[in-house]
Design a protein around this ligand. Sequence first.
Ligand code: TA6
Length: 311
Amino acid sequence: MSGEKPPVEFCKGVNGLEKVVLREVRGSSAEVYLYGGHVTSWKNDHGEELLFLSTKAIFKPPKAIRGGIPICFPQFGSHGNLEQHGFARNRLWSIDSDPPPFPTVSSNKAFIDLIFKPSEDDLKLWPHSYEFRLRITLGPGGDLMLTSRIRNTDGKPFSFTFAYHTYFSVSDISEVRVEGLETLDYLDNLKAKERFTEQGDAITFESEVDKIYLGTPSKIAILDHEKKRTFVLRKDGLPDAVVWNPWEKKAKSMADFGDDEYKHMLCVEAAAIEKPITLKPGEEWKGRLELSTVPSSYRSGQLDPQRVLQG
Ligand code: TA6
């Protein structure tokens, strides 16, 4: 790979924050900040950005970076008495130089292992000891995989909620459909978390949405007709999925978000919320997210959901 960049490069990002760039031989790439263990970029082999990152994102602790894939731990949203979405997303993570072996041996070269352990101050906020290991891998086809392994290193059990709060970049939110969540129950965050049942068709967007879908399939498709692109989200150990778009009014209320940026993003978040995960001492939980894209051949707005969700 003379002249070519290495599969893993350590460098400085915005405001001098430590960053790792992953590159795959065919041209896809990903960027990860140690601040928050936060993926901020995922590009395909044409160099097209697939994740949304706000032009107003703040890269300065303690503010979480607006966009990419924030990690919500040990609490999702306001489901507890910690700060919104917990604190892992606004803490400094480290490179994990000696990760325990992964069950599956892969030939991927473009990956990085990060680790997060609670500081003395964190223990005052949430009095539990753990090791949170996160492997971020860019696969041969440009797929992006995030594998979290959280081990209870405490003397007593603890419970937590979790989400990969992924911001997908879309061409025009009014042209986007989400498939795989039809007929499921959800908690509506705009209606005091009241429980409802989703209608039978693919989900489309014409106003603010903030829903937690319960017990979803392990595969969800996000169809961007304008770009003829479908994001396929696969998840393990994460039974729920959150769908969020702030729309116009909320967009204006967020200082680190552009007024019109709601038109070009959609959050679909693999999560464990309804049933918190409980770990006994020594136990380890694993939560995996795999993102890929497939070309959407149906310009007419109809993509054969079975082909995507079964493929
Ligand atoms: O995941 C959806 C959500 O919980 C929404 O309620 C909204 O607040 C969003 O997250 C963003 O939260 P943040 O704390 O990053 O502003």
